[in-house]
Design a protein around this ligand. Structure first.
Ligand code: C6P
Length: 408
């Protein structure tokens, strides 16, 4: 075990980690749902409201200009973080869900015709299923689904069979929120491009845990959420290649996304503003950049290595408990450990260990079709972040043993 990070000092940056829950020190293993925020992010939010608050892109007064500069600087920070070519390829959204809906609606309206095909995979979050179902229904297009194997791995061979000249877009998750599977997205993208299909990657569970380089991946669109990467809720990112974003119609109409408006004709603003109608989550964007700075300071490579060790340790430990069955045993996994205990319900496990201060998620994790694939109603899911410790894993395993003992 190589402790690559000074976890004790990192944990001091996250005030919530020192609280107690139900009389026990909090063990927060629900990072897949939402991560905790370092003091630096909390301070950015409070500083903004205390000293800079005003609307952006609208005022000539000093506060508005300062807020505009901070927001646009944040965009650049995020651009560098995922290595986008241009800052105007970074569209601020409400989150991953909003970003995917933007592409489904805007791309679908202009480019999707009857009989065209969209490909997704069995392990998609509802956010990367339902928007495509909506637009396919509207346009008479067909949704195809790539199967997975029993370990929870994307079947590239089956994917190749589904790709055809009718494929217009492939939408696949980078990392599965339920299984932890890391998908071979670079290969998936290259194969789609051979058929001249576009690719959207749902990066909600990837960006907080692994280095993402959108140019290296050659992704056409890449979506992620601020709140899962130590930033605020209500803000997220859609990355899109400049030429593609320029070719898409606006998603929503309103202030900021226009150049000129008359009752006869409206012309639209340039990127990125064309896709950012109305007053955005200004402080959210600025604080998301603080979260990115925080990740950069620690180092995403170190984060990945450490979390991998944590996941391996937790996996070995949980396998010692009789009756526990891991759901998702892909060769390449990020820090998600989903499991069921036959003869018990995940909710009961989650409820019992919550009494011991441990936060995990239970249920279908917004991946109902995936649950159907495994023929289970749901799982219990521990999802780790770099501020979690090996001692916390021990606490969780002991609590789990107790819960299983009570339930079986
Ligand atoms: N998954 C989980 O507990 P939003 O809600 O827009 O920030 O993210 C949606 C989303 C999209 N794709 C993936 C792969 C996700 O994991 C999520 C959010 C959370 O797993 C909440 S359901």
């Amino acid at each position: 075990m190589t402790e690559t990070l000074d976890i004790a000092s990192i944990r001091k940056d996250f005030p919530i980690l020192s609280r107690e829950v139900n009389g026990h020190p909090l063990v927060y293993f629900d990072n897949g749902a939402s991560s905790q925020k370092p003091q630096q992010v909390i301070d950015t939010i409070s500083h903004y409201y205390q000293y800079e608050n005003s609307n952006i892109h609208r005022g000539i007064h000093t506060l508005s200009q300062e807020a505009t500069t901070a927001y646009e600087e944040a965009r650049k920070t995020i651009q560098k973080f995922i290595n986008a070519k241009h800052d105007h390829e970074i569209i601020f959204t409400k989150g991953t869900t909003d970003a995917i809906n933007l592409v489904a609606s805007s791309f679908g309206k202009k480019f999707l015709n009857e009989g065209d095909e969209i490909i997704i995979s069995t392990m998609e979050h509802h956010s990367n299923i339902v928007p495509w179902q909506i637009i396919c229904e509207e346009k008479g297009a067909i949704l195809k689904v790539v199967p997975i194997n029993d370990k929870g791995e994307f079947l590239v061979d089956e994917y190749e069979k589904l790709l055809s000249d009718k494929t217009k877009l492939v939408a696949v998750t980078h990392v599965s929120n339920t299984l932890g599977t890391i998908n071979p997205v670079k290969e998936i993208i290259a194969k789609a491009h051979q058929k001249e299909a576009l690719v959207l990657i749902d990066g909600a569970q990837a960006v907080p845990h692994t280095k993402v380089d959108v140019q290296e991946l050659d992704a056409d669109f890449y979506a992620f959420s601020g709140h899962k990467m130590f930033g605020p809720t209500g803000v997220g990112i859609l990355y899109g290649k400049e030429g593609l974003l320029n070719s898409l119609p606006p998603y929503q109409g309103g202030g900021d996304m226009i150049k000129t408006v008359t009752f006869e004709k409206t012309t639209y603003n340039d990127l990125p503003h064309k896709f950012e109608a109305g007053t955005p989550n200004i402080v959210g964007g600025i604080a998301l950049a603080t979260a990115v700075d925080y990740i950069n300071e620690i180092g995403i490579d170190k984060i990945e290595t450490y979390e991998h060790e944590l996941l391996n340790y937790a996996t070995e430990q949980i396998k010692q408990i009789e009756g526990v069955r891991i759901i998702g045993e892909a060769q390449k996994k990020a820090s998600v450990l989903s499991f069921v205990v036959d003869g018990t319900h995940p909710t009961d496990i989650g409820t019992i260990i919550d009494k011991l201060g441990i936060a995990i998620r239970t249920g279908h994790h917004c991946t109902e079709p995936l649950m159907n694939r495994f023929n289970i109603p749901g799982t219990a899911r521990a999802s780790f972040a770099f501020y979690n410790t090996f001692e916390e894993v021990d606490t969780f395993i002991n609590a789990l043993k107790r819960a299983v003992g009570m339930l079986l």
